[in-house]
Design a protein around this ligand. Structure first.
Ligand code: CDP
Length: 231
């Protein structure tokens, strides 16, 4: 039986999550945002560091994973998209604070952390989930066997302006410059780490969304899924 999985990778703010959600909706599948799991683990690491009044870099990866297990870090589906729950509560707001965003690249570069996340995702997919997963290494490392891999990108300016609009912030030159620099720094860290770096898999289809409308980019991926007999 064909595995029902679309791996959607790409740099920060390329629109992966919203695109993945819309593609999943169009196909009647689920959407899993792997970045949300890394953000949940980063939130836990920050909380451990704060209780100790120490630095996040001083928290051992194993402690983060044990705390995640102990506090029941899980993904719950609302029908289409999986949300991160910790201690039985949804954490979508808490995992998207500037503090978590500033620390997530560091936490997600730790091999024990990646192994924990990869295992959770593989269990879900091998359990028969039909899913669009977005991230950085989904097609290259976690599911190299995915029947459709898409690498979504856009120019740094387009990505920065989308991120600012998403947050309802002004699109002036200074704000755009600041946001572009922050995205570039996260991309640099994500691309240069030794473990599972952000990279376009050779068999992924490249989708540059700079000049495409949201509907066009979703339609393109749904079309590819149909061509490959996934839907
Ligand atoms: O802010 P944005 O939506 O672009 O990022 P995200 O998808 O929420 O991912 C947050 C961070 O998690 C990324 O900057 C990566 O450091 C890390 N990540 C990863 O290493 N591997 C993945 N498969 C997904 C995210």
């Amino acid at each position: 039986m064909t595995m029902k999985l679309i791996a959607l990778d790409g740099p920060s703010a390329s629109g992966k999550s919203s695109t993945a959600r819309a593609v999943a909706q169009a196909l009647g599948w689920s959407h899993l945002d792997s970045g949300a799991l890394y953000r949940g683990l980063t939130l836990i690491a920050l909380e451990i560091a704060s209780v100790r009044r120490g630095l996040i870099e001083e928290v051992a990866p194993r402690e983060v994973v044990d705390a995640a297990e102990g506090r029941g870090l899980q993904l719950h589906s609302d029908g289409t998209t999986f949300q991160v729950y910790i201690d039985g509560l949804p954490k979508d707001g808490a995992i998207r604070t500037p503090d978590v965003t500033a620390n997530v690249s560091w936490v997600s570069a730790l091999p024990d952390i990646r192994m924990w996340v990869d295992t959770r995702m593989r269990e879900m997919v091998h359990g028969g989930l039909e899913v669009v997963i977005d991230g950085r290494d989904i097609g290259s490392v976690v599911f190299p066997e995915a029947p459709l891999k898409v690498f979504l990108t856009a120019t740094p300016e387009a990505r920065a302006s989308r991120r600012l609009s998403q947050r309802g912030e002004e699109l002036d030159r200074a704000a755009l410059k600041r946001e572009s620099a922050m995205l570039a720094e996260r991309d640099r860290k994500d691309s240069s780490r030794p473990v599972a770096p952000l990279r376009q898999p050779p068999d992924a289809l490249l989708l540059d969304s700079t000049t495409l409308s949201f509907e066009e980019q979703v339609d393109r991926i749904v079309g590819w899924a149909r061509e490959r007999g996934l839907a």
